[in-house]
Design a protein around this ligand. Structure first.
Ligand code: SF4
Length: 338
């Protein structure tokens, strides 16, 4: 174990000198919704449960990664709240030395029921994926009718002290861009961080079209119709890729995330762990490195650590969405976790 002790210059850094201190962990490919831009109506071929990483395997990997500089952990899915034992898992994650920012992305359907337990587990903050405030459109988008549950979930998360409560809205032209102002207004009387995310190329039956993507700059102009937007500079609530603004008199904020029109790859600090035990080097790259085998074949921690370093070194400089070379990745969003 001695060579495993933390030493300052042996941290996870990629080939472009970017410090990798953020691990996004997909703990399941199961979900209680069927969002059109994430998975087909009939769902996807689920990963065999035997191939899904066990909580103790994930905890072990995070311990090793934390010794190499990972301090920020986000839990995703599919829908993470559908996996049994998640509360105890979050408590263990939160107790790992070096992990000082634990968050979760959810579709909010189960949030109202679980907000208190989530906060008690040590979870600091939560992102809720929500793309429409209109019940019929929510149903069309998610193939589920739980908008009320999601809205109650936001309130419950706020009441349980999870802060900030962030709302992630993917803006799609001719679908929900007419709701931008309604979402922006939610940041006025509520301490919500409403984040507008550009529509990204993930292949499902709907099929991504570039002309359905509305740029963050356009979204900002629309939000400015409500009132002038003031830039926010503090890093409370997690730095991340969002450019942040607020209305002068608002309790909450507005964030703009522009992976398509103005990417932020230059400051990329993340690796992803898929539910079936692959380290994914980039959201838009199919370059993945298996770590499940070594987590299960009795390998030493030093072997797992080498795989982490290999994944960091193999990170691409950026995505190529706007170039001819761009190849859609083979996994759907529910198998990556965003
Ligand atoms: S697209 Fe890839 S390189 Fe760019 S920020 Fe996302 S994960 Fe990092």
């Amino acid at each position: 174990m001695d060579e495993m002790t933390k030493d300052s210059d042996n941290m996870l850094v990629d080939g472009y000198r970017r410090k990798i201190d953020y691990l996004r962990i997909s703990i399941t490919d199961r979900c209680n919704l069927r969002c059109v831009y994430c998975m087909p109506a009939e769902g996807i071929d689920l990963i065999k449960s035997a191939n899904i990483l066990r909580y103790e395997e994930i905890i072990r990997l995070v311990r090793i990664a934390a010794r190499r500089g990972v301090s920020k952990v986000r839990v995703t899915g599919g829908e993470p709240l559908v996996r049994k034992g998640i509360i105890d898992f979050l408590s263990e994650l939160n107790s790992i030395e070096g992990v000082n920012d634990l968050s979760l992305t959810t579709n909010g359907v189960l949030l109202a029921k679980m907000a208190g337990e989530l906060a008690a587990s040590g979870l600091k903050r939560v992102n809720v994926s929500l793309d429409s405030l209109k019940p019929d459109r929510f149903e069309k988008m998610t193939r589920g009718d739980n908008l009320g549950d999601v809205l109650n979930g936001l309130k419950a998360a706020e009441g349980a002290g999870l802060s900030p409560v962030k709302i992630n809205m993917v803006v799609i032209k001719d679908f929900n861009e007419d709701e931008i102002i309604d979402f922006a207004r939610m940041s006025i009387d509520n301490p919500y961080h409403v984040r507008f995310i550009e529509y990204m190329p993930f292949d499902t039956e709907a099929g991504w079209q570039k002309d359905k993507c509305i740029s963050a700059a356009e979204i900002k102009n629309i939000c400015s119709e409500v009132a002038p937007l003031v830039p926010v500079s503090d890093t409370k609530g997690g730095a991340g890729p969002a450019r942040r603004f607020k209305y002068a008199h608002a309790k909450g904020e507005i964030g703009l995330i522009s992976p398509v029109s103005d990417h932020f790859c230059g400051s990329c600090n993340r690796l992803r762990l898929t539910a079936d035990g692959k380290l994914r080097t980039c959201l838009f790259s199919d370059k993945e490195i298996d770590v499940r085998t070594s987590l299960r074949d009795g390998s030493e921690d030093s072997v797992i650590e080498k795989i982490l370093f290999q994944a960091a070194i193999e990170k691409p400089e950026r995505h190529y969405i706007n170039e001819n070379v761009f190849k859609r990745c083979s996994r759907t969003m529910s198998l990556i976790g965003g």
